[in-house]
Design a protein around this ligand. Sequence first.
Ligand code: GTQ
Ligand code: FE2
Length: 381
Amino acid sequence: MTAELTSPVRLRATDAPDQPAPTEELADLYRGFEKELLVPLWTEIGDLMPPHPRSKAMPHRWEWRTLLTLADRAGHLVPVGRGGERRAIALANPSLGGKPYASPTLWAAIQYLMPGEDAPEHRHTQNAFRFVVEGEGVWTVVGRDPVPMRRGDFLPQAGWNWHAHHNAASRPMAWIDGLDIPFQYGTEAQFFEFGRDAISDEERVTPERSRSERLWGNPGLAPVSRLGRTPGTPLLRYRWEHTDRALQDQLELEAQGVDATLERGHAAVRFTNPTNGADVLPTIRAEFHRIARGADTAPRRETGSSVYQVFDGSGRVTVGDLSWTVTRGDLFVVPSWQPLSVTSEASASDSDSGALDLFRFSDAPIFEALNLSRTETEETH
Ligand code: GTQ
Ligand code: FE2
């Protein structure tokens, strides 16, 4: 029903019924709209108000080995310091125009620090976390509290906290960062400040437990004098030993059949704020999933986007029309409303259990807060 106009005004395809025949008068009307910076709804509605989400992002997988090789080359060639701030290399979704966005809301990057290097202190309104798939030796210093980072640890850091990173080890270290940079870019409400150029000697000491863990890391116990004071989670490190045990316990309880609410062969935990049980960050949800050897998950789609990193094991991941085999460290993005299913396929090089361990983060808190959250599961079993 697109009008063939001889005028410079190009009427876009429209599904609107009963469109008038193209006449010079009609062309003049559209020229009038354009000149006065007006756009009629009837030419735009299909794209503006689609029947279901159509993400501009694509499903995509990045291989950890490739990321690590390039990050190591950057470590040898590009210094880290004030101005550039971080040696962080972002995953750019192939259909988001080369922007450093894994999805329309989420930033995901590999960050790399050489032995002895410091990333300078700064703070920003963007919410952030670190997740460690391999290595140790870096301390992230958040609000002057040095927090050790080790394999499997999850380290959230709500917006506007001062933070710096320091590699105290004799080897380079890589980890992933997740931030709400693309979302905040859209809000046009970001702030950023430089902090001290160097952290103090006291912050270079490397206690086994950070102050935040001593205050907030004892299960079910909160310091009375500090309750109700922090915007995101005050716990700065969620240790692998706790996450691992929670997942193992869930799988065992499910296998024993003593808890019917647990999903078959699929343990899942969410990282939560110990003060209120909410998500760790105002805009970012983080979870850990363990899929038992040989188990799979039913296709499921949700509004909002997620990024996953394989922590251990191997498997096959299908997102919409695309499918990949994945192994330790690999990252993949699941755009809004694209169905995801996962199969755990142990390979010879995998650990004994043969389970597929997946770290996941998403923008779910934004969608839940705005009543835009929807989920659909296809029952195939
Ligand atoms: O480590 O402070 O990947 O500010 C992007 C922005 C990491 C960080 C990123 C950041 C940081
Ligand atoms: Fe930062």
